[in-house]
Design a protein around this ligand. Structure first.
Ligand SMILES: Cc1cc2nc3c(=O)[nH]c(=O)nc-3n(C[C@H](O)[C@H](O)[C@H](O)COP(=O)(O)O)c2cc1C
Length: 218
């Protein structure tokens, strides 16, 4: 059985570089048996966090907007993917709004309702130097530390500006497909390891083993 992947998309350009990478990532993830859902931070109705932190007690936000759907998806997903271009060295405001709405997961009740364990980051920027992603990577690390998610991988694409620029860098599209595909493979490896451990354990505990070790008790 594959993993449940939630992708948060934060680019206002539907056919832009980030969303092309997301489509490639999704194709890879689905091909290796995972289930994918998208929460588009751009088209969803999402109030910005008001910071009263009553969500810490309640376990979810007070707003009855599309955050209700976001919360439901956070309780469904095993894997969370952030996909945002760089705006002013940071995430887009749409993506930041989603991140702020993760506040309930920073307290025990909300965290217990969130099934996410692993995360990925996909980003694109016009600047050709890779250090343009430093601020976003730092925020990503911080968020994962606070919420106790494991960072699995990052796909950062510098030097893309116009909507189709990513097509001139097919190596990144290939990387996106592979990154998605690997999620299913790692799940398969995990399942194989679990089966192997179960077999080993049943052998260790078996009467036959006890007999072989000279401690056969009847
Ligand atoms: C408001 C705005 C701010 C931006 N700020 C930066 C920036 O600080 N650094 C950078 O390298 N690119 C910046 N860009 C360029 C985008 O990151 C780049 O065009 C990217 O490819 C857009 O991704 P998309 O095609 O997924 O929309 C900015 C673009 C916009 C519209």
């Amino acid at each position: 059985m594959g993993k449940k992947i939630l992708i948060i998309t934060g680019s206002p350009r539907p056919n832009g570089n980030t969303n092309t990478l997301v489509a490639a990532f999704m194709a890879g993830a689905v091909a290796s048996g995972n289930e994918v859902q998208i929460f588009d931070a751009v088209t969803r109705e999402l109030n910005p966090c008001h910071g009263d932190c009553s969500c810490f007690e309640r376990g979810y936000c007070m707003f009855k907007d599309d955050g209700v759907k976001l919360h439901e998806l956070m309780g469904w997903a095993d894997v969370l993917v952030f996909a945002s271009p760089i705006y002013w060295k940071g995430f887009t405001s749409q993506m930041k709004r989603v991140i702020d709405r993760f506040n309930p997961y920073n307290a025990p009740k909300g965290r217990a309702s969130c099934s996410v364990t692993e995360t990925y980051l996909i980003s694109a920027a016009i600047t050709p130097e890779i250090n343009i992603f430093n601020a976003v990577s730092q925020e990503f690390v911080h968020l994962n530390e606070i919420l106790n998610f494991k960072i699995c991988d990052e796909l950062l694409v510098p030097g893309v500006e116009k909507i189709n620029d990513i097509q001139k860098k097919p190596e990144y599209i290939k990387k996106a497909v592979e990154m998605g595909y690997r999620i299913g493979q790692s799940q398969l490896q995990e399942e194989e390891q679990n089966i192997e451990n179960t077999i080993k354990k049943s052998f260790v505990d078996s009467p036959l083993r006890r007999h072989q070790e000279g401690c056969w008790l009847i």
